[in-house]
Design a protein around this ligand. Sequence first.
Ligand SMILES: Cc1cc2nc3c(=O)[nH]c(=O)nc-3n(C[C@H](O)[C@H](O)[C@H](O)COP(=O)(O)O)c2cc1C
Length: 195
Amino acid sequence: MDPVVVGISGASGSILAKRTVEMLIDRDIPVIMTCTAAARMVWQEEMDETFNAALARWGEFPYFKYYPIGDLKAPIASGTMPTSGMIITPCSVGTLAAIANGLSSNLLQRSADVCIKEKRKLVLVPRETPLSSIHLENMLRVSNLGVAILPPVPAFYLKPRSIDDVVEYIVAKTIDSLGLSGFMNDDLRYQRSTE
Ligand SMILES: Cc1cc2nc3c(=O)[nH]c(=O)nc-3n(C[C@H](O)[C@H](O)[C@H](O)COP(=O)(O)O)c2cc1C
């Protein structure tokens, strides 16, 4: 299977990125990752494990590859490298704006631009609140190009008991949006009462 590209940008929600990588690796799906400088700052604020320690752990999986954000010669900067699409989680509104305007000024933005031009799946998980008209216009702009916008919104009807419950649902839904089946199991779906 072609790799899934995972981009991490500097919005709150580093745990979403962590679980996304782990869910893919657990299914033996190849992952190529890049991460912005701001994402590393947020990770440091939010996570117990350092980002470099997580990278080292993921690197034990033979089909995990990480490229630094400035490495514009990385294979994912070119449309000639086949991929199964890209997830940006969490997605800052800064990165959203850059993608909506085709800036391609770092590896993450360029890789997203490649997905759009090659008509591959691109899923953004933007985390910001409240949303300004600028954010909403940028979302509409990329949505009109076929990009999936999946804000990390809890499924309250599943009665989540922990942040982990919320995260499991959002990450499964995100990967599902890429067109990979089998991540949304029955525990993550609303079961209509039969009583
Ligand atoms: C602790 C922390 C939390 C942040 N949370 C958010 C957020 O939830 N959403 C957002 O869009 N930006 C957030 N930011 C601001 C972005 O990190 C900032 O705009 C940055 O320039 C984004 O760069 P990037 O898109 O290259 O990652 C946060 C910054 C810090 C330090």
